[in-house]
Design a protein around this ligand. Structure first.
Ligand SMILES: [Zn+2]
Length: 248
């Protein structure tokens, strides 16, 4: 049976969408608008953060996790968990993959969102790799004979911080403000008190930066704010008259 130590031990209903992220506050910057929009559409959404930011210069893991739960309710997540793996030192080990595969088998998401597979922070690309390989393992019948196999149908890569052409962009114009609120739920990270002195930009600066990025991606599809994703598969279209974005 499910171990009580599992991050998702209390979850009884499958998720539709699970975002797996390296750090608390990653999804709030990259795909939180999409998660909000999907929750509004009636899907059960969840986030599994792999680390609790124990190497961060501000805050403690306990505080970061509390803040991430406040952000979770703003994002209307059905569930959020944290594996408390070592921050800034994520490693793709068999233990890591088996642990994450067990969580995926329990949560049973149809769609998994991972960070893009290249990036400045090693935790981000490693989370992409561990996430993909764990989704694969989760589908193996003999991995663990007590738990049923589950393989997500779709893996999406959240590419907001990668300088790559997205496969598609989700219109988050109606969700952008609430996504910003969810980011500012991390008072230990985004607190105007410290100002620039501690190397942490003020909220207005963060807002302007994230607004500019969301505007850039929104502009690609003719809306105000957008969030970009990359998929490795070719996307299927059944009706070429309803592609939704104008050529000219
Ligand atoms: Zn991060």
């Amino acid at each position: 049976m499910w171990s009580v130590e599992m991050a998702s031990a209390g979850v009884t209903e499958p998720l539709d969408i699970l975002a797996i992220a390296a750090h608390p506050d990653d999804v709030e910057q990259t795909c939180g608008g999409t998660l909000l929009r999907m929750a509004a559409a009636g899907y059960r959404t969840g986030v599994l953060d792999l680390t609790a930011g124990d190497m961060g210069s501000r805050g403690t893991p306990e505080l970061r996790i509390r803040e991430s739960q406040a952000a979770a309710s703003l994002l209307r997540l059905a569930w959020r968990g944290n594996l408390r793996w070592p921050d800034a030192r994520l490693e793709n080990t068999i233990t890591a993959r088996m642990t994450l595969a067990a969580e995926i088998r329990h949560l049973r998401p149809r769609v998994v969102i991972l960070p893009y597979w290249e990036g400045r922070h090693p935790d981000h690309y490693r989370a992409a790799e561990i996430g993909y390989e764990s989704c694969f393992l989760a589908g193996l019948k003999k991995l663990d004979e007590e738990t049923p196999p589950h393989r997500p149908a779709q893996v999406l890569y959240s590419s907001l911080y990668a300088n790559v052409k997205p496969s598609f962009v989700v219109d988050i114009s109606a969700q952008f403000e609430r996504r910003m609120e969810s980011l500012f739920a991390y008072g230990s990270q985004y607190d105007d008190d410290g100002g620039e002195a501690g190397g942490f930009p003020k909220r207005a600066e963060i807002r302007e930066r994230l607004g500019a990025v969301a505007r850039f991606y929104g502009n690609l599809i003719g809306v105000r704010y957008g969030e970009p994703f990359v998929v490795k598969e070719t996307m299927r279209v059944d009706d070429i008259t309803t592609l939704g974005v104008r050529s000219l």
